[in-house]
Design a protein around this ligand. Structure first.
Ligand code: SAM
Ligand code: SF4
Length: 329
């Protein structure tokens, strides 16, 4: 029902609930951090749910909660419950760094969360702490285990590909799917406000990008068999390794020519702006209308109609207004 000017049906809403995080990942934010939006300008749960209700009536069926780190926001299960009460919404998922998942997995499952995506770029605890600027790998692994115990499955694992940082571990990450029914997805590094030096011991940012094609070549000796996943499996093209019980997928927003053609999503930032495309600075504010009791449907339609046909990274046009943590990846 929400169709953009290029015929793409928009059925998927990604909601950032906070611009704060308990990690400071090198690819996501600058070393000095970013100024936080004051609390009163962050959408309240009631405002988010009111917006989702409008969007659901227009054909939104899938909602993903993200951030910043969504689990640092107080009482997130309450929002999950509010969204799962909206009849048309068929699937609610959460993207998290996993560090608080051990604590909240049970409450999230009970509130109606369908499943989680956990970010995991390395299996080396020291490297993990360096990439996340302080994160504890073992706690994240315990978080994934808790999510499995509480049925927040199928679990997707997101690994950002970084040459000179985790390229020596990509096969080991892929091999996780031999023993775990996880959908591991390798994601190309996106140039969103991360072109300044990442800190001591990291290669220059311009040397770090590595295309999915190279990762696939590296993994081919492990066997890469295309598989069909039921339903909409998202932007990752899934494969199974020889003997694997999970899948390995590849998300290539930069190098796959037709990536944007399959885009079915729109984003809502924590401070209440609709963002038609992750890779474009264009945003349409909805929070003032929500707070003034004005209709938000025209703004939703405007945002859908303003979805660009594709990003313009080829032309070196990169978003410059916000970094990933502020948009909601
Ligand atoms: N804090 C949560 C997490 O880390 O999963 C959710 C927010 S985070 C911004 C969402 C996803 O974006 C993570 O999987 C992260 O690895 C990814 N991400 C962040 N910056 C990125 C970048 N520059 N390029 C590619 N992926 C990025
Ligand atoms: Fe935080 Fe996620 Fe960004 Fe890492 S990727 S800094 S965990 S928001």
């Amino acid at each position: 029902m929400l169709t953009d000017l290029f015929g793409r049906q928009i059925t998927y809403l990604r909601i950032s609930v906070t611009d704060r995080c308990n990690f400071r990942c090198v690819y996501c934010m600058p070393p000095q951090g970013v100024p936080h939006v004051p609390h009163e300008r962050i959408m309240r749960y009631e405002e988010i749910a009111a917006f989702v209700q409008v969007a659901a009536r227009q054909g939104i069926r899938k909602v993903r909660i993200t951030g910043g780190e969504p689990l640092v926001r107080a009482d997130l299960p309450r929002l999950v419950e509010m969204i799962s009460d909206i009849e048309e919404i068929e699937d609610i998922s959460l993207t998290t760094n996993g560090i608080l998942l051990e604590k909240y997995a049970g409450a999230l499952a009970q509130a109606g969360l369908s499943r989680v995506n956990v970010s995991l770029d390395t299996l080396n605890p020291k490297k993990f702490a360096r990439i996340s600027r302080g994160g504890d790998l073992n706690k994240v692994l315990r978080g994934i285990e808790a999510a499995e115990i509480h049925g927040l499955t199928p679990i997707k694992i997101n690994s950002v590909i970084m040459r000179g940082i985790n390229d020596d571990e990509l096969a080991d990450l892929a091999k996780l799917t031999l023993n775990h029914p996880w959908n591991l997805r390798f994601i190309e590094l996106m140039p969103i406000e991360n072109q300044q030096p990442w800190g001591e011991g990291f290669p220059p940012p311009e040397d770090i990008f590595m295309p999915v094609s190279e990762v696939m070549a590296l993994l081919r000796p492990l066997g890469l068999h295309p598989v069909e996943l039921p339903g909409d499996s998202g932007p990752a093209l899934p494969y199974r390794l020889d003997g694997g019980i999970g899948t390995v997928g590849f998300i290539s927003p930069l190098t796959e020519q037709h990536f944007c053609q399959r885009c079915n999503r729109i984003r809502l930032t924590a401070d209440g702006n609709l963002r038609p495309c992750l890779m474009s600075d264009l945003e349409i504010p909805v929070l003032p209308a929500l707070r003034d009791g004005e209709p938000v449907l025209p703004l939703l339609i405007e945002a859908v109609h303003k979805k660009p046909i594709s990003h313009q990274l080829d032309g070196h046009i990169v978003p410059s207004g916000r970094c990933m943590i502020q948009i909601g990846g």
